[in-house]
Design a protein around this ligand. Structure first.
Ligand code: GLN
Length: 292
């Protein structure tokens, strides 16, 4: 089925045609995707769509929008088509080198802000920064935060660098291309480690949404067979890299809490107040702890 080109090209008729086409392709949120495409190509706001719905649109603009709608029809995520996704109220460039920032991860930011908002200057690390959303947001929200954003992927790190610059925090966040599962830093380097590492097991991965499997980088999602490979290692590394009283917080799979808490317990003299934090849907989603 092709997109049915409306006889008269207005915002309203095009929106109806695009939503109808995407509904037939069973992609998520067909109307929202259609709106996003119109907003991007026509340079209009959500409100413009409502109040200028009868405005006429050129054939050239229509053709440009149709191309993007056809991509969306294949299941390609809207964020990659738009090249952008909002995270904690700020725009982030995204592309197939980076995971698309998820709303769950905004809750990790909240947990950090609660603890560091009135702390004065501090040093942090975002390990596996991807689009750079965690490092950028921490630095943008907290003017006394100084950090490093680490990723092994050249493409991801280039994107993170751009996002860090575009959001005005390049003077306080340094990008490092490296494997964060190796002894990268000296002992007692950071006051905060905030990370959303790959944590999906191989058996979970094959059950993920086909859009995720087909378009998002597997290396950002799957660390190994069990899904716990990076998480367990990071707890061990954080116990060295953090300063005394430093805080560690990591996003994880909803079933991984007990395994990861056990990992802290292997070094009971090094950790205090270890805990699981739930995401907004009520799933266990983060583990955290203070270094003694
Ligand atoms: N830190 C990035 C994010 O939260 C990337 C995470 C990842 O690729 N595993 O989106």
């Amino acid at each position: 089925m092709a997109v049915q080109k409306p006889a008269q090209l207005t915002i309203q008729t095009i929106l109806t045609a695009f939503s109808g086409y995407l509904s037939g392709k069973a992609v998520d949120s067909p109307r929202l995707s259609a709106e996003l495409v119109l907003r991007k190509i026509l340079g209009i706001s959500r409100l413009d769509i409502l109040i200028h719905s009868h405005r006429e649109v050129s054939h050239e603009a229509y053709a440009e929008m149709e191309k993007l709608i056809l991509r969306r029809g294949t299941g390609e995520p809207a964020a990659y088509i738009m090249g952008e996704r909002e995270f904690y109220g700020r725009p982030f460039q995204v592309n197939p080198h980076t995971l698309i920032p998820r709303p769950e991860t905004e809750h990790l930011i909240e947990a950090v802000l609660e603890r560091f908002a009135h702390k004065g200057p501090f040093r942090f690390a975002d390990l596996g920064t991807g689009s750079g959303c965690i490092a950028t947001t921490i630095a943008a929200e907290l003017p006394e935060a100084y950090g490093v954003a680490v990723d092994l992927s050249e493409g991801a790190l280039a994107t993170a660098k751009q996002n860090i610059k575009d959001n005005g925090v390049a003077s306080r966040v340094t990008c490092i291309r490296a494997d964060f599962t190796t002894p990268l830093f000296k002992n007692n380097t950071f006051d905060l480690i905030a990370t959303n590492p790959p944590y999906v097991s191989q058996s979970e991965y094959i059950k993920l949404d086909p859009e995720v499997q087909q378009f998002e980088p597997a290396s950002a999602l799957v660390p190994g067979t069990s899904g716990l490979e990076h998480g367990t290692l990071l707890i061990e590394l954080a116990s060295k890299w953090l300063n005394p009283s430093g805080f560690f917080i990591m996003e994880m799979g909803f079933w991984q809490g007990p395994d990861l808490l056990k990992e802290f317990d292997k070094n009971p003299t090094k950790w205090a107040e270890t805990a699981i934090i739930k995401d907004l849907s009520g799933h266990d989603r983060f583990v955290c702890g203070y270094k003694v």
